[in-house]
Design a protein around this ligand. Sequence first.
Ligand SMILES: [Zn+2]
Length: 486
Amino acid sequence: MNRSKTELFVAGLSQLETNDLTALGFSLGSLPVRYLGLPLMHRKLRICDYRPLLDQLKAKFTSWTARALSFAGRRELLSSVIHGTINFWFSTFLLPKGCIKSIESLCCRFLWNGNISERASAKVSWTTVCHPKEEGGLGLRDLPLWNKTLCLKLVWLLFSENESLWAHWTKVHRLKGESIWSIDVEKQASWIWKSILKLRPLAEDFVKCIIGNGLMANFWYDDWSPLGPLIKLIGLSGPRQLGVRLTASVGSVCTPLGWNIRPARSDIAMQIHIMLCSLPLPALSSCSDRYIWQVDGQTLETYSARHTWDSLRHHQPPQGWEKKVWYRGHIPSHAFLMWVAQLDRLPTRTRIASWGQHLDTYCCFCDNFPETRDHIFLRCEYSEQLWTLILRRLGYQAVMFHTWTALLEWSDIKDTTCPTTLRLLVIQATIYKIWFERNARLHSSPTSTPQGCFKIIDRLVRQAIIARKNRKSFRTLLRHWLKHSI
Ligand SMILES: [Zn+2]
């Protein structure tokens, strides 16, 4: 034992006795204990307990590297580093709602503002951001549900064969031979243990028991039979009806000759009798029972966060456009703007006015029409001139789209004129530049004509293709892009 790394916690001792112990070279610790940076708690976590987590996140969001990131880079940081930091806590505690709200608010501010000091001016709701990309979001995680998903592993550990120290201790001191499914949550003293028990309604869909000799499985509560947990089927009168104790194991209810239960006096009891007779007798088996983690009918030998998450989360209908926005080799900042535009969440003047602000709603380019997404990007004379130049360069004679839906449909059709990847790259670069030009006009910054803008896009596209020349889908693109240049 390393005395310098060991702290002593005492209870019920006099000051003299405490002094005697500390004289042996141990320093006296105070609660809450921290282990690997996490507080080991008996009571509900308070703000001071989870402040280290918030501080870690704030430090990540305010580091100079984070401050220099684009929207797209911030999304990546949120998904990798931040989830890495969060996961450590999320898999240990069911964090209080207030804590998770604070984390969400930090993430939201960071994503949209790039800093965490101001309120976020979010263009897309956090709920949408948390949908997978195929379902229209950015693929971040819904934090309350992610917390539950990771904590379900703690329930699994109580069934797993590779018993952890925590699981062993919990079985001996908390379960004391009772099933986790039947233990009364209200009688438990520890807040953390209570919060794990509250996950049982979620966990029971995943934990199944494969019966061997029946000595481990609880007859009433474990999900071992084709009828599911029998207590749910028959109710609390079941033990009396069948003469089987609540704590009985499956194995204790049968002998090599048959099942040892009372004759059936109800339809449900009869159903159980019939089911039992159709099973091989556990008493004749030499294997042990084993537990599995079953997700949507798929048997996993152990808990899997990814599968469990996918089963628990709220699925949205697939949008069908994610490959047009996040195509392979996309320029992150362009794809990000395309995503916001696809959801029609860019702060155009008509959208801002619809929130109740009195301002000029006319287009910054032509001043003739209300500024909507479809107008500025597709129908305004400025963008029409630009698209004509762009399309001619791609080998097309005329502009084929005047609505956003038509643009999106056209973006990935297969033809012999232009490779799809080049079309997607050029469309996103054009949308990006039009929005940039629009903002330049709004903020009285220097602006470009459609011809000037085209030159900038030309340069952007060349640079992007050269930077991706090792990707198979980009290899021939420069030739295609230069083919119709004059
Ligand atoms: Zn216009």
